[in-house]
Ligand binder design. Structure first.
Ligand code: ATP
Length: 776
């Protein structure tokens, strides 16, 4: 049931042959990349090949270079590692090996290559392309191939996908596999956390990263570790005392456990390695802590890919095929990147060079240079991390007249990462000399019970990893009793407000903003940090909690898909949450390979159902019972009032006439997730710290204002803003602008146009659903 190609073919013309390979260390998500490349290649009317065992397969040729069909990659999204194999190949480092590789590509008629691997693999690819014409000349000269044989292959198109758990490629924020690896590390540290607490122990955890400390830093940020050692940020000469001072301070404040994370390539500033063993000796010897070491090793590569890696690999795989089809002999080979939320292309050669420069900087003790070559996020995360753990740094304090009282409130349903955001905001406030206050149980908690409590470091310290909402959340809006809300704001003399939550949180902010005219208490900087599984807040493409939700949902979908393997011909109609936003259903559809996604934005009609039932018939008939996994249709809970999940399943069963079965599956609140995902936790930290910085930037102490209290804020509407990730940037957008009809669909409670809407086409293309005739 290979869908027809969308590329008009000239009769008799040779179709472009695009080969895909994985190389270097395996990384979760590589299979998703291969699946996307194979299916997109076929959907574009080209021929797909896989080179097994990385460069080894290219050099050896024969059965290691295989034609791929649509069916070959079925079910690959949920598999860990790489199913086409990978290897480290010494021969390819030599010209003779590359010559052999070139010959094998030509013998197989391959004219384009997509390589998913780390910087080594992409360096090899870059070299290969630069040598290509010389290799062809040599093959002809030595009589290995004839001039006619090489003639159609004068130009080899190459595109790189960065697959590596280390996240060590310059120019991209994330590599395929890094968030899955971080997930594994955080799971391990979360487990250790409980035992460390029970025995009041210290744990030194060694994680991967020879030249790059991304995994160690992010693990530190997301688990609230007490100290981290990174290769690109070696500690100063007195690091032993420094570490002991910070840890003693944490212990002195009542903390019962200590976690130190060491990247395997960590050194001091003279490049002497800092080993986990050494750190343990100091903690035990100088602080008398009962200290254990945990070296995580290869578990960090293990398991299936998290939702983000599946989406990233899928979208980047699709982009790689587009890049190949658009390439010309003049265009430099690209590597596919992501910056914040935007997939892009950069020069492969340039990215590889900058990455190698980073390693050289470390070798030359130019640590500042190495830090600059990391992506922008890295430095910011490092600063956030330090600000939330190193609390007594006088140089970090705000001037006395700029110290603020900041209120934090949760509004709406709980979402993963709300607590991490609250912790980060509070600890950052404390490090700057501000006073953070929690308003418990939302605005009703404030007006009914005066439930305001000042937050201290120990109270919030354990919140980094917890799901739900520690300070309690409520959906009610301040307009229920605006006068009382203002009265309490005045009572506590809040200088800034952070609202964490979903669409209601955004709505609450617009209400408070509008009430500024009547109530001077609201003439303070106010921000909304979007936190909702539905990801339906205007002003951002990402809400914290949505990643946790997707991970819970894909785990659920993987399980039911597998459960169908015994009966084979089964379709599940899965009901996804997301309110009136189809984001969760669509992104989960990309990550699990759904046959179809039904969203409230597009609705469901009889023609859609008819079309999909036809496709199911066709698809089950074609695989003759060979398909060992079920098929999934993801239906958002509010996609249609008429076509309920049950009704769709019933219609499918009726229409299947015994040829296949259907079932409903309703994961419900499972989707809110238990422990928040590392991505939600780290983004929560970064965005929360930015929100407090926004308040600092917009705070005008009364004494300085000299005029009417809060006038500065009234005159500047942008001081009430939503923080968001938009394209490649983190931005604040004022609610005055956002609340306009062109940005907010108030009736449907979602942004006017979700950035993800077009991704549904990719789900359809990769499931083969597109272009299915509905008259079968
Ligand atoms: P990881 O990030 O997991 O280490 P990697 O791609 O960097 O992945 P490497 O072992 O460095 O892993 O490279 C993988 C393969 O790429 C090598 O075994 C070799 O075949 C090829 N390769 C690496 N560097 C070069 C080079 N400079 N010239 C030619 N080929 C190379």
């Amino acid at each position: 049931n290979t869908p027809g190609g969308s590329r008009p073919d000239t009769p008799g013309a040779k179709k472009k042959r695009i080969a895909v390979m994985t190389s270097g260390g395996d990384a979760p998500g590589m299979n998703a990349a291969v699946r996307a490349v194979v299916r997109m290649t076929i959907a574009k009317g080209c021929e797909s090949y896989a080179i097994y065992e990385g460069y080894e397969g290219m050099v050896k040729g024969g059965s290691l270079i295989k034609r791929m069909t649509w069916e070959d990659v079925r079910g690959w999204l949920s598999e860990g590692g790489t199913l086409i194999g990978t290897a480290r190949c010494m021969e390819f480092r030599q010209r003779a090996g590359r010559l052999q590789g070139a010959k094998n590509l030509i013998l197989n008629g391959i004219d384009a290559l997509i390589i998913c691997g780390g910087d080594g693999s992409l360096t090899g690819a870059d070299l290969f392309r630069s040598e290509w014409s010389g290799l062809l000349e040599e093959l002809v000269k030595t009589g290995e191939l004839t001039a006619e044989q090489v003639e159609p292959y004068k130009y080899l198109a190459i595109c790189g996908l960065v697959g590596s758990i280390d996240n060590d490629m310059t120019g991209t924020d994330a590599t395929i596999g890094c968030y899955s690896s971080l997930t594994r590390i955080c799971q391990a540290v979360d487990f250790i956390d409980a035992t460390a607490y029970s025995h009041s122990r210290a744990f030194v955890v060694e994680v991967m990263g020879r030249h790059c400390g991304w995994l160690a830093l992010m693990a530190g940020v997301s688990t609230g570790a007490d100290f981290v050692f990174l290769p690109e940020k070696p500690p100063g000469d007195d690091w032993e005392q420094d570490m002991c001072r910070i840890i003693s301070k944490h212990r002195g404040m009542g903390k019962r456990k200590t976690i130190v994370i060491v990247a395997e390539g960590a050194t001091d500033n003279k490049l002497n390695p800092i080993s986990a063993e050494h750190v343990k000796e100091i903690l035990a010897g100088k602080l008398g802590l009962d200290t254990r070491i945990t070296t995580l090793g290869h578990v960090q590569r293990g398991g299936n890919a998290c939702a983000y890696d599946r989406m990233l690999a899928t979208l980047q795989g699709v982009e790689a095929v587009d890049a190949i089809l658009e390439s010309t002999p003049e265009t430099p080979s690209p590597v596919i990147t992501i910056n914040e939320n935007k997939i892009g292309r950069k020069s492969l050669q340039e990215s590889v060079k900058l990455t190698q420069d980073g390693a050289k900087c470390i070798a030359n003790k130019d640590f500042e240079g190495a830090m600059k070559l990391r992506d922008r996020e890295f430095e910011e995360y490092y600063r956030c991390y330090m600000a939330t753990t190193k609390l007594d740094d006088p140089s970090n304090k705000a001037p006395d007249n700029k110290r603020m009282k900041i209120a934090i409130v949760h509004v709406g349903a709980p979402a993963g990462g709300m607590n991490a955001a609250t912790r980060a905001a509070a600890t950052y406030c404390l490090s700057r000399g501000h006073r953070p206050f929690a308003i418990h149980n939302g605005f009703p908690g404030l007006v009914r019970h005066d439930s305001v409590k000042e937050l201290n470091w120990l109270t919030v310290d354990g919140w980094a990893i917890r799901g739900g909402s520690e300070i309690g959340t409520n959906r009610s809006l301040p307009s229920e009793d605006m006068g009382m809300v203002a009265w309490y704001f005045q009572k506590y003399k809040f200088d800034g407000l952070l609202i964490i939550g979903g669409f209601e949180a955004y709505h609450a902010l617009t209400e408070l903003y509008e009430a500024r005219q009547s109530y001077p208490a609201f003439r303070i900087p106010m921000t909304c940090l979007p936190a909702t599984i539905s990801n339906n807040v205007p002003g951002t493409e990402f809400s914290i909690g949505s990643d946790t939700c997707l991970n819970s949902l894909i785990e659920y979908c993987d399980a039911i898909k597998q459960s169908a393997s015994a009966s084979r011909r089964r379709v599940f109609v899965v009901e996804c949450q997301g309110g009136r936003s189809g984001y969760v259903a669509t992104m989960a559809g990309l990550s699990v390979g759904a046959l179809a996604v039904y969203t409230p934005e597009d609705g469901i009609n009889i023609a859609t159902l008819q079309n999909d039932i036809n496709y199911l018939r066709q698809s089950f008939a074609a695989d003759r019972g060979m398909n060992r996994a079920g098929k999934l249709i993801l239906r958002n809970e509010r996609a249609s009032k008429t076509y309920t999940t049950q009704l769709i399943a019933d219609i499918i069963r009726e229409e299947a006439r015994g040829r296949f079965e259907s079932r409903t599956a309703v994961p419900g609140h499972v989707q809110q997730g238990g422990t928040p995902s590392p991505m939600d936790r780290v983004r929560a930290v970064r965005l929360a710290v930015r929100c407090i910085q926004f308040m600092e930037d917009n705070y005008v102490p009364l004494a300085e204002e000299g005029v009417e209290a809060g006038k500065g804020c009234v005159d500047r509407p942008e001081t009430a803003a939503v923080i968001g990730i938009k394209g490649a940037s983190v931005v604040f957008t004022g609610v005055e602008e956002l609340k306009q009809e062109e940005h907010t669909d108030w009736e449907q409670r979602r942004p006017r146009r979700g950035f993800w809407r077009d991704l549904k086409n990719i789900v359809d293309t990769l499931s083969g659903r597109r272009g299915v005739p509905d008259n079968l």
